[in-house]
Design a protein around this ligand. Structure first.
Ligand code: PMP
Length: 357
């Protein structure tokens, strides 16, 4: 077998090795059934046990009780960009958004199809290098939508807006990366393919009291009520991604969110310290808004980019090219990435400096 690489991809992304091993085993045979997990009915008691344990673990990790529904949906986080306003923004009503990056902009664009959208603050004119703060939130809007971690730009909320209206959050790229007061959100969603599992399932955690607020007649599949009242089994759910998510949740539970948070903070600090010290690189993001999950940095000379990426590749560090819309470099340090991978990257940065500074 080839040696495992240091995986800095932004998503789909690194998963814990134990999760990959257990998932591979379940593909061969699941739960002593004489069948692969890929071959069984989603209505089997074995899969019902999977989805029910995954739901309970999510509520437990978030410290939430049964006044929230946990849904496993398809269509990616991008489908939540329209499902949210479709369900909770009726014509003539207003929803508030903060524009902190491309994903937030896409959510805003979709919401405008359904009702009035008030963008309370935006960092677009500064290339999304900071998290907008200090804005007023109108009390009569339906909800406020934010993006906790901006995967492309490497910014992250470290303090939260005090919202007098329901707070909705896209946590696709930092879910379960740190402890949070999850109770302050009424709706949380995340595509699984960064900190939770493989692509193909999207987690939605929604306060049950919200479910009756929508007035629009909707196709069943696009109505949160359908999925909440059928335990995510109205149609065939993405069985394999949900199982891998369960394995990852067990791994998170075993380590504990506090430990994961400390580990993530240490990884991020290690890399930012090198970016700030190294004479060949710099970081564009406001210091207080730096993301612990996606560390964005640039070389001081543009023609160094391919040279540095090649050196990374030689050292087994992959997935470091910045998003195609911003360039430079991005190191994604999701939960499953070990500190030793960050140290390997820091070593490459130091060798680069010795050759080029
Ligand atoms: N929100 C954020 C913060 C993301 O990082 C992404 C994907 N990278 C999305 C939404 C879109 O997710 P999906 O591809 O699952 O639709």
């Amino acid at each position: 077998m080839s040696t495992k690489k240091h995986n800095f991809y932004a998503g789909p992304a690194i998963l814990p090795q134990v999760v990959l091993d257990q998932a591979a085993e379940a593909i061969r045979e699941f739960s002593g059934m004489g069948l692969s997990l890929l071959e069984i009915s989603h209505r089997s008691k074995q899969f019902e046990a999977v989805i029910s344990e995954a739901e309970s673990l999510i509520l437990e990790l978030m410290g939430l009780s049964s006044d929230y529904s946990v849904l496993f949906l398809s269509g990616g986080a991008s489908s939540q960009f329209f499902m949210i306003p479709m369900n909770f923004l009726n014509e003539g009503e207003t929803a508030c958004y903060v524009n902190s990056g491309v994903w937030a902009s896409k959510a805003i664009k979709e919401a405008k199809l359904f009702g009035n959208v008030q963008v309370l603050a935006s960092s677009e004119s500064d290339h999304f290098t900071y998290i907008p703060k200090g804005f007023e939130i109108p009390k009569d809007a339906n909800y406020l939508h934010i993006t906790s971690n901006n995967t492309i730009y490497g910014t992250q909320y470290h303090e939260w807006p005090e919202s007098p209206i329901p707070l909705f959050c896209d946590m696709s790229s930092d879910i379960f990366s740190r402890r949070l007061n999850f109770k302050s959100f009424e709706l949380i969603y995340a595509g699984a393919q960064k900190n939770l599992g493989p692509a193909g399932v999207t987690l939605v955690v929604i306060k049950k009291s919200l479910l009756d607020r929508g007035k629009r007649k909707l196709p069943a599949m696009l109505d949160y009520k359908t999925h909440a009242s059928n335990g995510s089994m109205y149609n065939t759910p993405p069985v394999f991604p949900i199982y891998v998510t369960l394995l990852t949740l067990r791994w998170i539970q075993q380590l504990g969110l506090e430990h994961i948070e400390k580990r993530n903070q240490l990884k991020a600090t290690t890399l930012y310290r090198e970016i700030d010290r190294n004479s060949c690189f710099s970081g564009p993001v406001d210091l207080k808004d730096r993301s612990w999950m996606n560390v964005v940095f640039t070389a001081k000379q543009a023609d160094w980019d391919p040279v540095f990426l090649e050196m990374c590749k030689q050292a087994g560090c992959v997935g470091l090219a910045g998003h195609r819309s911003v360039g430079g470099f991005r190191a994604s340090l999701y939960n499953a990435l070990e500190l030793s991978s960050v140290e390997a990257l820091v070593e490459v940065m130091q060798s680069f400096e010795k050759k080029h500074a």
